[in-house]
Design a protein around this ligand. Structure first.
Ligand SMILES: Cc1cc2nc3c(=O)[nH]c(=O)nc-3n(C[C@H](O)[C@H](O)[C@H](O)COP(=O)(O)O)c2cc1C
Length: 259
């Protein structure tokens, strides 16, 4: 499937993690659109996304971890599954899952990446995994109770690091696609909002690396970096700049080289 750059790019700044849902079941046409994007947005053969048309109550029961709010009343959820024998599977899952999440956002749904604090056993009762597959993350989807309270209010700001902390080498200068790409990547979601991505800017490429100074929290930094990769690419695409990703050795994750 070709990336719908304009609509996903627009969705980037509408997406915020939502944990309190209204319980309202999305229309059949909306849920089928999500199922379609799960089936069609498969840029890497090692990752698949599956819609689970079951309330995620048991999946989130008591599972909060370091998060203050647990997910409640989500009518449905999506499971992101990876073949663990493949390399770069975490980054591939982040990239793929974020595409599905941005499509959901564009359709007016709310979501929340959940990487660690949910009950895997409860999900595994509702989906089947093949031999080498593992559940990498899930997201509830539905309509947020919190968002309803915000109707008519100004856009919610993102708590994020400044670009000078994220750019490890090189400068944005006055290159429009680079500015748009790193700004879109900057507001990507990450586990515990740790924003592990760092960007090295060269004339015809941007390299994404993972900063690993902070203690691990049981969720791969590669997963976060994969999410930022999609945002970065969308920022380039809306400026008419196409490129290709090449995966690299950790702590570098991947390089986007323009065509
Ligand atoms: C890979 C990943 C795992 C996450 N895991 C959880 C989680 O277990 N529980 C939770 O409530 N939020 C989780 N989040 C949501 C983050 O806390 C959230 O994205 C971050 O604080 C930034 O806020 P925003 O998404 O509203 O921009 C996760 C996000 C990502 C990307």
């Amino acid at each position: 499937m070709e990336i719908p750059a304009e609509s996903w790019y627009k969705a980037i700044s509408l997406r915020h993690s939502q944990r309190k849902y209204s319980g309202e079941i999305p229309d059949e046409s909306v849920t089928s659109s999500i199922e379609n994007v799960c089936a069609e947005f498969t840029p890497f053969p090692s990752v698949r996304s599956v819609v689970v048309r079951e309330p995620a109550n048991d999946v989130f029961k008591g599972a909060v971890g370091q998060y203050f709010f647990k997910v409640t009343k989500a009518p449905y959820y999506i499971a992101f599954i990876g073949d663990m024998t493949e390399t770069n599977v975490q980054a591939c899952a982040g990239y793929t899952g974020e595409g599905v999440i941005l499509e959901a956002t564009a359709l007016g749904l709310n979501t929340c990446w959940v990487g660690g604090f949910y009950k895997r056993e409860a999900v595994l009762k509702q989906i089947d995994l093949k031999d080498d597959e593992k559940l990498i993350a899930i997201t509830p989807f539905g309509y947020s109770e919190e968002e309803k309270d915000r109707v008519g209010k100004s856009a919610k700001p993102y708590r994020r690091k400044s670009l000078d902390k994220l750019i490890s080498r090189g400068k944005i200068g006055d290159i429009k696609w680079v500015k748009s790409a790193v700004e879109a990547a900057k507001i990507a979601p990450s586990a515990a909002n740790r924003q592990p991505w760092r960007f090295e800017i060269n004339d015809d490429s941007i390299t994404v690396s993972a900063n690993s100074k902070r203690k691990g929290i049981g969720v791969s930094r590669g997963l976060d970096c994969g999410i930022a990769m999609l945002h970065l690419e969308l920022g380039a695409l809306v400026n008419g700049v196409n490129g290709d990703w090449k995966f690299l050795d950790y702590p570098e994750v991947a390089r986007y080289k323009i065509n």
